[in-house]
Design a protein around this ligand. Structure first.
Ligand SMILES: Cc1ncc(COP(=O)(O)O)c(C=O)c1O
Length: 381
């Protein structure tokens, strides 16, 4: 195959595909003179709530703030424990620490790489207040099992859905079995604005009102405050997100199609490919494979002009300085989490990637697999 460059993200292509519409709404906002908490945010919140089949959506300035503000609104703070995983972006745990609470890490299921629900019970103590499942890479966690534990043990559930907008489980939707769903709109996410953004989606009216206040200096009405923060979604971002929200399901289908092409082209290789449990809709925020020589494969792909990244190469509990002077608890072995961190590699996958690019990446991987098995056979002789 002729050499080509395959980047990791398709943001600019996505912008080009929607340029006319996006430029028009940006222009409209600029001319409106309203840039903070105006009609675009309000309409986007209504549209996101409708899309999510939920009562309320509240725009905030990042996925991290969405999590943090929900914890504060739920009254989770110092002395409280929150169960989650260490195989996630740092912000999941960071938001727990920012709220003053203690993250409690349990291992993941090695196939889905989401929280291993069979390990949650053993992590519960009288201090436990909540469970935070992360729908990693675009695949929902086992929410029915999590909700059943939460109900029995009187715990809150907040879904970290930064990577999985539009995904669903076997017979359940995101948001149906929890108190709140937190989403990120940083550009690389499946629904991304041109910068930072996030949202809380919930059916709990009181929680929604509290988050709405917290994001705007504790205020719903001019000059009436309690202590809050400044965590607002900007009008420009909201206007762009309104354009893109209309596309997100079609984009998920394209991601799924490209993922199936990778599946087909990489079948039979010694790499572990993404697993989707029956009945789940995985939205492939990332297409993550697994190799015992991940770094070698990544370097090989780079030499062929392909950018592959690692999500996440160092689990949170293994990072230098952990837990940075705060409380944290690790329950049992995090063997699968650690294995995953050492082996995962994310291949380029976005709605705008072409079938030729996918084929080029797969061919480069097969080339590496072939050379490597030849070299290993030589060594064994
Ligand atoms: C799983 C997960 N949680 C939380 C976040 C935080 O979102 P943000 O970067 O918008 O603060 C991200 C993304 O960055 C994420 O991937």
């Amino acid at each position: 195959m002729a050499e080509m460059k395959v980047g990791f993200y398709g943001h600019v292509r996505q912008y080009h595909n929607l340029r006319e519409e996006i430029d028009a709404v940006i222009h409209e906002v600029l001319e409106s003179g309203t840039y903070v908490l105006g009609p675009q945010v309000q309409k986007f919140e209504e549209e996101l709530a409708r899309y999510s089949n939920a009562k309320e959506a509240i725009g905030v300035n990042s996925g991290t703030d969405a999590l943090w503000l929900v914890f504060i609104a739920l009254g989770i703070g110092p002395g409280d424990e929150v169960i989650t995983t260490s195989n996630t972006f740092f912000a999941t745990a960071e938001a727990i620490w920012l709220a003053g609470a203690t993250p409690v890490f349990v291992d993941i299921d090695p196939r889905t790489r989401n929280i291993d629900v069979t390990r949650i019970e053993a992590a519960i103590t009288p201090k436990t207040r909540a469970i935070v499942p992360v729908h990693l890479y675009g695949l929902p966690a086992d929410m029915p099992a999590i909700a059943a534990i939460a109900r029995a043990r009187n715990l809150r559930v907040t879904e970290d859905c930064a990577q999985a907008i539009g995904a669903s489980g076997n017979g359940f939707a995101i948001g149906e079995l929890s108190d709140a769903v937190c989403t990120s709109f940083i550009i690389q996410k499946n629904l991304g604005c041109f910068g930072d953004g996030g949202a809380v989606v919930t059916n709990l009216q009181d929680l929604a009102t509290t988050v709405r206040k917290l994001r705007n200096h504790g205020s719903l009405k001019r000059s009436f405050h309690s202590i809050g923060y400044n965590s607002r979604l900007d009008e420009l971002h909201a206007a762009v997100l309104r354009v893109k929200l209309k596309q997100v399901d079609a984009w998920s289908r394209l991601r799924q199609e490209r993922a199936r092409e990778y599946d087909k082209l990489l079948a039979g290789s010694p790499l572990t490919l993404p697993y989707t449990p029956p009945g789940y809709q995985h939205v492939f925020h990332l297409y993550v494979i697994d190799s015992d020589d991940r770094d070698g494969l990544q370097a090989h792909l780079s030499s062929r002009g392909i950018t592959a990244l690692t999500h996440y190469p160092i689990a949170i509990h293994q990072q230098e300085g952990f837990p940075w002077g705060r409380e944290a608890r690790v329950v049992g072995s995090l063997h699968h989490t650690e294995q995953s961190a050492a082996r995962v590699l994310s291949l380029p996958l976005y709605p705008e990637i072409t079938a030729e690019e996918v084929a080029y990446v797969a061919e480069a991987i097969q080339d590496w697999v072939g050379k490597r098995s030849g070299a290993l056979a030589q060594e064994a002789r």
